[in-house]
Design a protein around this ligand. Sequence first.
Ligand code: M6R
Length: 619
Amino acid sequence: MCGIVGYIGARAATPIVLHGLKQLEYRGYDSAGMAILDTDGNLQIRREEGKLANLERLVDAEPVNGSVAIGHTRWATHGPPSQRNAHPHRSPDGNIVVVQNGIVENFLELRNRLQGQGYEFASDTDTEVIVHLIHQHYHNGSNADLTLAVRRAVGELQGPSAIVVFDKAHPDRLIAARLGNAGGVVVGYGDDEMYIASDIPAILQHTRRVAFMENRQMAVITQQGAQFMDIEGQPLTLKEMEIDWDAESAEKGDFEHYMQKEIYEQGRSLTDTLRGRLNFAQNRIELDTLNLKPDVAQALEKVTIVACGTSYFAGLVGKFFIEQLARVSVEVDYASEYRYRQPLVSARQMVVAITQSGETVDTLAALEEARNGGAFTAAIVNAIGSQAARVCDGHIYMHAGPEIGVASTKAFTASLVDLLLLAIYLGQERGTLPAAEAAHLLHELSRLPGLAGELLEDARSGHLYQQLAERFHIYHNFLYLGRGINYPIALEGALKLKEISYIHAEGYPAGEMKHGPIALIDEEMPTVVVALKDRVYDKMISQVEQVKARKGLVLAVANADDQYIQSKADFIMPVPAVHEMISPILAVMPLQILAYEMACRRGEDVDQPRNLAKSVTVE
Ligand code: M6R
């Protein structure tokens, strides 16, 4: 969950590493630190507890210049957030420094052994074990060969880890290693300079030419390039890729928060998701990278969707899409549950992982379970080149661009679009979707970015959501209700509210309200309903009546032209009337904006909510 950045070149490394860490702060913000080889050849460390801003202040007060540096932003696992636990950690002689993302599962055993051998620990972290191990191997049996020492040290580690090592005695290189699913490790190629980072946004300002390191790989990175090898020392060639994201896509621009920017750019991101995929000449969907052969699609007996958090809720909408259009049964499972319940997997099954980051450890483990069982595996994934995209038989990119805000927004709507594309594709391959209906859906999808743009533009230029936040930010509990295809939207709306404004919110399928949650309704507990003019509209109206009868306040996501609901609900958040299959993609947007404005009104840290990290690469 932590973020790593490294630079080696001729330019000033400090601003490059600090800017890179800023782009990675979504991965953890318990502390931040960096190690720089200064122009006099001294290894300087700057570390601070808390957010990157604290480190930036320290670096301002105690500046340091040099052209090789490594940096880290931490999400605490071993040891509380504090300066002493901030990375980089160093060897006893102070020469070797290490930053790590991941967990050393056998850290206690290694720590006890090293302590028995005289090593003193200056932190509570598992990372310090790594740097001491490297130091030990460097001085015992590796003939001062740093690469060999790192290889031997890494060979002793259990659990997922990505590390970057710098040694004062080898100022011309950084050494990186990746073990297991520790989150990404991307090597960036510059002009006589090189970068290493946990994720692309950290280096996007400098280069788009990258290579991704896999499990059990190492790299020796110098100013001129990178040499790759496996952990056993066998040389490797890694494929270089050109990333098509522009540098601005990872910047906040004029917006106050990344989340705000990511909400309001959904008109554009949805255009990118759809680009090249709607073939109007043949009324078909183009999904080349899915790699699903027609006979495999036709023979499918079951689709399983695995995901976590917001991506899981997207999967619940996907179940509607795929079952309706492709007439194949779909189960949706939390990846963290699926991986441990010995799932029944068969060769006539397709397991689809949904993951923005492509690095969520539970989702990757669920995919492995599916692969071992012989299923066809596919990932709906945003992060280009991420682990999920690489380990699956096929993938569908979200093309939402970098999502930095911890609360997922544009990746959610992009994954809904990808799921709908997949459902149409499967429906056509399986012969369950009539041509006219497919053509209609393609047409509706083509209207989506424009409609989203208008909805968002209206919201941004008006004051509705600020007024709602003004009125409702003082409440402690909310109930979110939806039904049918929009029931998962209620779940997602509730998650958005709780994760950034820390208000308790529960999402429920509306029909279940009378089986329990109705007991909670009173004037202290507002209810947010998604009540669009679809096949469950009347039922949703009757839920609204039931809440009103118990003195509850109702905020409704409703069609802009729906006069009737205006007389029933207390407040309306309007969305345009569209095809039912498209409706969840628009219906979630008011709930994203509401959550955002509520969090702002409460003065919370929208982009970095407490205790959360964007990429959950540890269990
Ligand atoms: O990167 P992933 O889509 O695999 O992440 C899954 C969840 O961790 C993520 O959706 C999380 O729930 C977000 N904080 C939601 O806003």
